[in-house]
Design a protein around this ligand. Structure first.
Ligand code: NAD
Ligand code: PRE
Length: 313
């Protein structure tokens, strides 16, 4: 494919930033990759792993001369990042990002974006529960969707370049409005994480309660029952619930409205199933589970997805 951007600056060298850097190195897509990270440990590790050509602890210095800037930090850092880099951005540079929510992100960046600097916000629908520079890998985005959410007035040339980059990385690009993205992802990604965080926390609370109730009994439960008796269904939830706390705190605070809307719908359906169990409505339960089994089968049969890589451990 060859070099698409002479100088790329990645801000944040965690799972997603380091995976993008690795994928760009694999394809020879960037002339020079500079990584900005606050911690000396991350900077050293990133150089050692070889997915960046240089590093800096100063975001403004790092973006100097960059043609593409990719913000790969948790969402709560965006405002400060956008403000810090604004004075150092080159005219014609393109800012993009990988954040899990889009409407707020665009507002945060636009508040400081200088004239003549383009913004094409984006979100790769690929990840794991791990974080940090060592967690990344070049294949993370292979065959996966990347959603770009340019504003209607966004520069078409800049959109084409960011689209070309993701395609060269091996992803499928979809373009949609930021608002639509945030509603879709609220149900397909944000709510599932909230449910996983809830169920694992609830199980742990219950376990603590049992410990207290049985404290003087002969059959005192000594080992961690959440771990000991977890079937693979519960283990799948614990994988998701092991995701980065900072990242997910920021996702829920950023995509508040859409998440609350989807949570409301989910609660209605949960109550309907609760009622079906109470009243012994087997047919209703069976119909519901038949429909969801079909959905599961169509998900794993999607040509662009490797069967369970991201659905189970
Ligand atoms: N993890 C996923 O599955 C996934 C998938 C798609 C998109 N995303 C999005 O990607 C972004 C990064 O997530 P990640 O999984 O790579 O996280 P990560 O924790 O692995 O990496 C985040 C990086 O940002 C840096 N950072 C944190 N706070 C900062 C601050 N205030 N200023 C500057 N740098 C800061 C960290 O030091 C780290 O290098 C998030 O916005 C997230 O919503 C994550
Ligand atoms: O596989 C996982 O661990 C993920 O949760 C990845 C996942 C998702 O929900 O699909 C998580 C957050 C992102 O913004 C994109 C992808």
């Amino acid at each position: 494919m060859g070099v698409l951007f002479d100088r790329v600056c990645l801000i944040g060298l965690g799972l997603i930033g380091s995976s993008m850097a690795r994928a760009m190195k694999r394809g020879g897509l960037a002339g020079h990759i500079v990584g900005a990270a606050r911690s000396a440990d991350t900077r050293e590790k990133s150089l050692e792993l070889g997915f960046v050509d240089s590093v800096s602890d100063n975001m403004a210095e790092a973006v100097e001369g960059a043609d593409l800037i990719v913000i790969c930090t948790p969402l709560g850092a965006y405002k400060a990042v956008a403000k810090a880099i604004a004075p150092a951005l080159k005219k014609g540079a393109i800012i993009t990002d990988v954040g899990s929510c889009k409407s707020q992100v665009i507002a945060d960046i636009n508040a400081h974006r200088p004239d003549g600097v383009h913004l094409i916000a984006g979100h790769p629908i690929a990840g794991t529960e791990n974080s940090g520079p060592e967690a990344g890998f070049a294949e993370l985005f292979d065959g996966r969707y990347v959603i770009l959410t340019p504003e209607a007035k966004a520069d078409k040339g800049a959109l084409k370049k960011v689209e070309a980059l993701w395609k060269a990385i091996g992803s499928q690009v979809e373009v949609m409005s930021p608002e639509h993205h945030d509603r879709v992802l609220a149900i397909t990604s944000h709510l599932p994480h909230l449910i996983a965080y809830t169920i694992v926390g609830t199980a742990s609370d219950l376990e603590n309660q049992l410990h207290r109730e049985n404290a003087d009994a002969d059959d005192l439960v000594k080992t961690n029952e959440v771990i000991r008796y977890s079937g693979s269904g519960f283990r799948d939830f614990t994988r998701i619930a092991g995701s980065d706390p900072t990242m997910w705190r920021d996702v829920f605070l950023t995509n508040r409205e859409a998440t609350l809307e989807m949570l409301g719908r989910f609660q209605e359906d949960l109550v309907a199933l609760q009622r079906a169990i109470r009243w012994g409505e087997g047919e209703k339960l069976h119909d519901w589970f038949t429909r969801t089994r079909e959905i599961r089968r169509s998900v794993v049969n999607q040509p662009s997805r490797s069967p369970d890589a991201d659905l189970t451990e």
